[in-house]
Design a binder for this molecule. Structure first.
Ligand code: ATP
Ligand code: MG
Length: 557
């Protein structure tokens, strides 16, 4: 046996699989990722995807993508399509193993008949409310339904008529016949089928008015696909006895094993699909792909890479203990990836014009600049340098705080990839707002320091004539507190209303012309940005992915 701590990727599930393979219980493993198509995938799903598809890649095996589509009311093809696109984007491939639980409706119906024949299921006429009242509590046993001892013939007849549509919604259900006194409430004759008229299922249309429950469908779908290890989150631990009961009592080809792990909880966001749906439906965000959403589509639009998300999922590990992961961990994963891979560019967020008086109007110099400080393979581009440039308002101060290393009246600063300039004059409007600076460049300082003088800082800049006006969307965390809603008031009360600042007047260097949606850059000294799908050649739009450093709560922006 290997020590589960000997590799960062090792975990208790890998240990179980290795033991199963070593003991010859399986030659190949089969896992599945089983989303319900009732919303977009989020970073919590990514944990499950990386785990299930990752296992199939690391051991000889396969991973199926299966839609658990037993609840047609909340499901939609929009979600079916988005989920497939997101799993693919994360870098995983289910090949020809795309399944729908609804593909098995006929087989599941057959299994129900088998259960009825064995005296293990019955048609119950209690209403949903009565079923609940009969169920008992954690401390009291339940009561048996008066319909529990119907004959097999009567059950078969009623069940067939349920399918034929003879009874209205809620009039009857099919229930497993297990044990109303079981300490596990999930074994107290759980419902297997409900009647639902008038719904249009996104896969089966109106073929059925009888829908199997999730708890009945899931184990049998796993068994039909010969899943060896059915991995799910901890809240299903109490459902495992019923999972095993289903698999044991019908004629399925395989007997999968359910293994539970703790779900990902992430600070400063919510992950429940109900709450995410509410954020979208009530317009608190612009959609499922709003860059502040924890959805895969949102993270993609925010500029996250599949590699960073996978690295994050590997890093948080797989255990059985509930925990809350710091947002900083996700942010550092993307920072690490982009630091290595993102070309550097210059963008002036809040432009202030500087006229360099010793450069004649009309003279343009093309200055070479490396795209990456360490990786020369990323190449170079040229920066047009001329008489009028923009610097950021925050890089100039008349009354600088102590330690200010940027531009001040009468002092020098280095323009990144260009010359040292000195501020000679400050021009203000009638209100006293600084509108322009006049400066002199020391033309002897390209790539070297001026002799005998100390230049404190380096700032970025963009040529006024050659730069492009751009819209910069500065995104921040969607919630102000680590656990939204924990304070007792609703989670909406904890929304961070400063989570989006739009700058419409920014100027970016000309090399960013034509940046394709999804292209990522480091805007020097500002952060990592990605081109938004809203971007056009006339009006580039960039989203802030993440700042260069973790400044949350430090009041730096
Ligand atoms: P919700 O309860 O919010 O509707 P769900 O977990 O039921 O979401 P599913 O579509 O059923 O959503 O999830 C598909 C798979 O992803 C399941 O196997 C589930 O266990 C897993 N999963 C969902 N959320 C998380 C999470 N936060 N961390 C890890 N795995 C998750
Ligand atoms: Mg679910």
């Amino acid at each position: 046996m290997t020590d589960p701590t000997d590799s960062p990727r090792s975990n208790f599930i890998r240990q179980i699989i290795e033991d199963d393979l070593a003991a010859g219980r399986h030659q190949r493993i089969a896992t599945r990722f089983p989303p319900e198509p009732n919303g977009y995938l989020h970073i919590g799903h990514a944990k499950s995807i990386v785990l299930n598809f990752g296992l199939a890649l690391d051991y000889p095996g396969t991973c199926n993508l299966r839609f658990d589509d037993t609840n047609p009311n909340k499901e939609d093809v929009e979600f079916v399509d988005a989920i497939q696109a997101d799993v693919r984007w994360l870098g995983f491939d289910w090949a020809d193993r795309l399944y729908f639980a609804s593909d098995y409706f006929e087989q599941l119906y057959g299994f129900a008949i088998e259960l009825i024949g064995k005296g293990l299921a019955y048609v119950c006429d209690l209403s949903a409310e009565e079923v609940r009242a009969y169920r008992g509590t954690l401390t009291e046993p339940g009561r048996e339904s008066p319909y529990r001892n119907r004959s097999v013939e009567e059950n078969l007849d009623l069940f067939a008529r349920m399918r034929a549509g003879e009874f209205p919604d809620g009039a009857r259900s099919l229930r497993a016949r297990i044990d109303m006194a079981s300490p596990n409430i999930n074994l107290r004759d759980p419902v297997l089928y409900r009647i639902r008229h008038g719904v249009i299922h996104h896969q089966t249309g109106t073929a059925w008015c009888l829908y199997p429950t999730y708890d009945y469908t899931h184990p049998l779908s796993d068994a039909l696909e010969c899943i060896t290890h059915s991995i799910c989150t901890l809240e299903f631990e109490d459902h495992r006895p019923f999972y095993d009961w289903c698999v044991a009592n019908v004629s399925v080809p395989c007997k999968p094993r359910q293994i539970e792990f703790s779900r990902l909880n992430l600070e400063y966001t919510v992950m429940s699909k109900r709450l995410l749906t509410q954020l979208v439906a009530e317009g608190h965000v612009t959609g499922w792909d709003d860059p502040r959403m924890p959805t895969i589509a949102g993270l993609r639009r925010r500029g996250y890479t599949p590699a960073a998300i996978r690295a994050f999922c590997e890093r948080i590990g797989v255990t059985k203990s509930d925990n809350m992961v710091e947002m900083a961990m996700l942010e550092s994963a993307i920072r690490e990836d982009l630091d290595a891979t993102a070309p550097r560019r210059m963008a002036v967020l809040r432009p202030l014009k500087v006229v360099i008086e010793n450069i004649p109007a009309g003279q343009v110099e093309q200055l070479p600049a490396g795209n990456h400080p360490k990786d020369t393979a990323l190449g170079t581009r040229t920066l047009p340098f001329d008489r009028e440039i923009y610097i950021d308002r925050n890089d100039f101060s008349e009354q600088p705080p102590k330690g200010f290393k940027r531009l001040m009246p009468g002092t020098e600063v280095r323009l990144r990839n260009a010359y040292v300039i000195r501020c000679d004059q400050v021009i203000k409007d009638a209100e006293g707002t600084v509108v322009e600076l006049r400066a002199t460049a020391d033309l002897d300082t390209l790539g070297r320091n001026p002799e005998g003088r100390k230049v404190g800082g380096v700032i970025h800049w963009v040529s006024a004539a050659h730069g492009l006006r751009a819209e910069l969307r500065l995104y921040d965390r969607l919630f102000r507190v680590p656990v939204p809603g924990a304070g007792g008031a609703g989670f909406l009360d904890d929304i961070n209303h400063d989570s989006l600042v739009v700058l419409t007047d920014s100027v970016v260097e000309p090399a960013l012309a034509g940046a394709a949606p999804g292209e990522r850059f480091q805007f020097e000294r500002e952060g990592y940005f990605v081109t938004d799908p809203d971007s056009t050649a006339q009006r580039p739009v960039f989203n802030l992915t993440v700042g260069l450093k973790d400044t949350w709560g430090k009041g730096q922006r």
